[in-house]
Design a protein around this ligand. Structure first.
Ligand code: GTP
Ligand code: MG
Length: 419
């Protein structure tokens, strides 16, 4: 190895290492990537879910040390809504496009059954937007403004009891779609002992209900230690504030009470610093990556499988030819489906006509039977009448014969008298 430069070349099964005789320069690749990424900037999207007034906006302000100027909502919403705001932030030349998506009116309805649906709908809509961009022939993913939710901060009320069923249901509906980080809000309203027990209970209930929350990755040696320690401390109990007070000649965010002061960034008071370190400093990129490789991937696969066959779900990352083939398959499937639909329609129409004809034939048959019966009855009546007339005629003939006989006798007697 000369001047620290080393080449590994893969030839089939063998793996040869070559030495460079001088500096080539590709060791600057990481720097090039950093420059490129820095110029482009980063997108990071947070979804905050929690009851009205639980402290969502205050915490986001504290996390990014700014004032995002959100409006407070009331408790009279008849359904859960979504409020999304995008901001451009700058820190030492690094540009961050931050989108904060807030649940509005969450937990305020009497019937809370479908509270999670608008949230799931929002997440899916933005996965769909990304998928449509990926499927374009001229896609522009490099410059695409990614609106997919990278993390969901789930605010739990500091009840000290167990997790509310609404929270469990929502987290369960979201856990395959987004990285969930549960946090205990307004932790200044719960005592240290109660908090420890509450954390334990929350973790137990999440496991019992198979709710998967985000775990900080422990596969990278450099952050393994800190991440595994932090995983044990979850859910973080946080305190938020927009007010700053002076302590030891320094302005700090804090909440001031008659009995004392709770400092937001004091680790002895709450877990706010841990949350900020883990969320922004250490694992922001992992959250973005996991969103793409795990959650979006699952959505993409389901959608493509829904559109067509399993095979077409695979080549999407490939070249234009793969894409073209996939689209062709898609249209073919759609055509086949259309053809099948037409066939089914035709068959059902023919069947309907057949049924109509059979019913018309039955009606005719019934009509014919009715006429036949009427005709038979009329004939019977006529027969009866004929019989009556015959009998009347016979009587009449008898009477006439007897009359004629009587008259003949009378004539004969009269004649005899005259003579
Ligand atoms: P909506 O957007 O209206 O749903 O409310 P939100 O969840 O954004 O709550 P917001 O941040 O507006 O805070 C509501 C109230 O709770 C404000 O008066 C805050 O000062 C207060 N608050 C915020 N964080 C904390 C906290 O950690 N502890 C205590 N005790 N109060 C807090
Ligand atoms: Mg708010």
């Amino acid at each position: 190895m000369s001047n620290g430069v080393e080449v590994r070349r893969v030839l089939g099964e063998t793996d040869r290492q070559l030495r460079l005789s001088g500096k080539v320069g590709f060791d600057s690749l990481p720097d090039q990537m950093v420059t490129k990424s820095t110029m482009k900037g980063f997108d990071f999207n947070i979804m905050c879910i929690g009851e009205t007034g639980i402290g969502k906006s205050t915490l986001i302000d504290a996390l990014f040390k700014t004032n995002f100027e959100g409006e407070q909502t009331h408790h009279k919403m008849d359904r859960v809504g979504i409020n999304s705001n995008t901001y451009q932030l700058m820190e030492s030349n690094v540009k961050l496009t931050l989108t904060v998506v807030d649940s509005v009116g969450y937990g305020d309805q009497i019937n809370k059954e479908n509270s999670y649906q608008p949230l799931v709908g929002y997440i899916d809509t933005h996965y769909e937007k990304y998928l449509q961009e990926e499927l374009k022939i001229n896609r522009n993913i490099q410059n695409y403004h990614d609106t997919r939710i990278h993390v969901c901060l789930y605010f739990l009320s500091p009840t000290g009891h167990s997790i509310k069923s609404l929270d469990l249901v929502t987290m369960k509906a979201l856990d395959k779609k987004v990285n969930i980080i549960p946090i205990i809000a307004k932790a200044d309203s719960i005592s240290r002992d109660e908090l420890d027990q509450f954390k334990e209970r929350i973790n137990r209930e999440l496991i019992n209900n198979n709710v998967e929350i985000y775990r900080f990755p422990v596969d990278d040696d450099t952050i393994m230690q800190v991440n595994s320690t932090m995983n044990e401390q979850m859910p973080f109990a946080v305190v938020g504030s927009r007010e700053e007070i002076v302590i030891n000649n320094q302005k700090v965010r804090a909440r001031e009470y008659a009995w004392g002061v709770v400092e937001v960034e004091n680790e002895a008071h709450c877990d706010f610093v841990k949350l900020r370190e883990m969320l922004i400093r250490t694992n922001m990129e992992d959250l973005r990556e996991r969103t793409h490789t795990v959650h979006y991937e699952l959505y993409r696969r389901e959608q493509l499988q829904r559109m067509g066959s399993k095979e077409i779900a695979e080549p999407i990352r490939g070249n234009v030819k793969d894409m073209y083939e996939m689209k062709r398959q898609q249209y073919k499937l759609e055509l086949e489906k259309k053809e099948q639909r037409l066939k089914t329609n035709f068959i059902s129409k023919v069947k309907q006509k057949e049924t109509e004809l059979v019913s018309a034939e039955n009606n005719l048959q019934e009509e014919f039977e009715k006429l036949r019966r009427m005709h038979a009855e009329e004939r019977k009546e006529l027969e009866e009448k004929r019989r009556q007339l015959d009998s009347e005629m016979a009587d009449f003939t008898k009477i006439r014969a007897s009359y004629q006989a009587t008259r003949a006798q009378t004539d004969k007697a009269n004649k005899a008298k005259k003579n």
